[in-house]
Design a protein around this ligand. Sequence first.
Ligand code: NFA
Length: 102
Amino acid sequence: PGGPGSDASVLTKTKPKTQRPPLYKVMLLNDDYTPMEFVVHVLERFFGLSHAQSFEIMLTVHKKGLAVVGVFSYEIAETKVAQVMDFARRHQHPLQCTMEKE
Ligand code: NFA
C-alpha cells in the first residue's frame, strides 16, 4: 500500500499557458507570365531578403507552384499581401500573393 504516486505528496503542476498570437504564412504563387526578375525584386523589396535568398525562393515558386515567403502576425501579413498585390497590379503582372493561418 502506498506505492509511488499513490499518495497526496505527488503534486500536479498546472502549466500557465502563455497566449501567443496566431501566425500567418505569406505565400507567393507561380504563374506563366510574371518575369522572374520581377519576382526577385518583389522579394527583396517587400520581404527584406537578400538577392540570393530571393532568387532561391523565386525558383522554388517557379518549380513547385508556390512557396512560403515568411511568417508574420495577421496585420503584418495582410500589409505584405496588399503591398505585393498592388505592386504587381501596377506593373500589370498577374503575380498572386496570399496568406494562410499557420
Ligand atoms: N513562372 C514565371 C516565368 O517563367 C516566373 C515566376 C516565378 C512567376 C515565381 C511567379 C512566381 N516567367
